[in-house]
Design a protein around this ligand. Sequence first.
Ligand code: SF4
Length: 329
Amino acid sequence: MKKIQEHYIDLGYDTVQCTLCPLNCNIGPSRPGICGVRFNRHGDLFSENYGRVSLLAVSPIEHLPLYHFHPGAPFLFVGSIGCNMKCPFCNTWRISQTAAGTRYYAPEQIIERARLLGVAGLAYTFNEPTVWYEYMIDVARLAHDAGLLNVMATNALISSDALHELLPLTDAVVVGIKRWNSEYYQVACGGRMAEILNNIVAIIQHCHLELSYLVFPDDEAQEAELKEMIKWILELSPEIPVHLLQYQPHFQMKDKETSVGDLFKIRAVVKARLPFVYLSNTTEKDANATHCPGCGVALIRRKAGKVDTSGFKEGKCKRCKAKVTILGL
Ligand code: SF4
């Protein structure tokens, strides 16, 4: 637990307004905010999850998923508890929506662990990392001082001020887009799509960005939504990698998982307009390969944590010499 020094307003009468994210919770005494981890103690706001680690594991960066950033590099994946959204399909709801067991690690201990393990950096993930803001900033500063990279998987529901403080410490971000539908964002997930899209625009101006998007089964509205999303991405940058994720039943949503056939159908729709589209939580053949936008040859193949970059050399396709940006290669 740590007393919070910024991103809140003292409203008097022992009530505070947290301004870390656009939900701007007014929090009365002895109450938490919507995320469950920022708590009002006698008129002061505390980060209840400061230093509380629920999961710590070494994984290839592809598992975040980040595909165009240091391919194959091991990262120390680290997560806490809490989330400012309430997606009914959350696959990590046991740590995002409940008070799961945690162990305290001082920021220095995380860095020490990362150095001993010889990883390329830290990946803040599992629950929503931005509701771990103060701790993430403390660890990320030490990480950069130690020559380690900082990457995160986030819903991007954070205030613009807080995001701009975090971005200089951040090397890559994958933003999980839930639906291309602001009503669904608000009603089903408790999010704010307009603010999230503004944040995505800010992120790409500072560091490497990839997007993920969950594909639901038998959902006719989704194809039209996807077309809108593609239009928006094309205006931002057609080079952004997009990870299409297979919906699987978790938490409050019990519908059957999206079929592989539907995933490939949706991928074809997206790939007709964007060059880098992946089916990132499936193991189907070729679903995760990076193909050259010039000649179509596989530049990078990914399978079971192994990455084969033999189609790629010095920033170019070996065959047709088309330039493709893959950071860290
Ligand atoms: S970070 Fe948590 S407490 Fe703060 S505004 Fe967002 S949901 Fe509310």
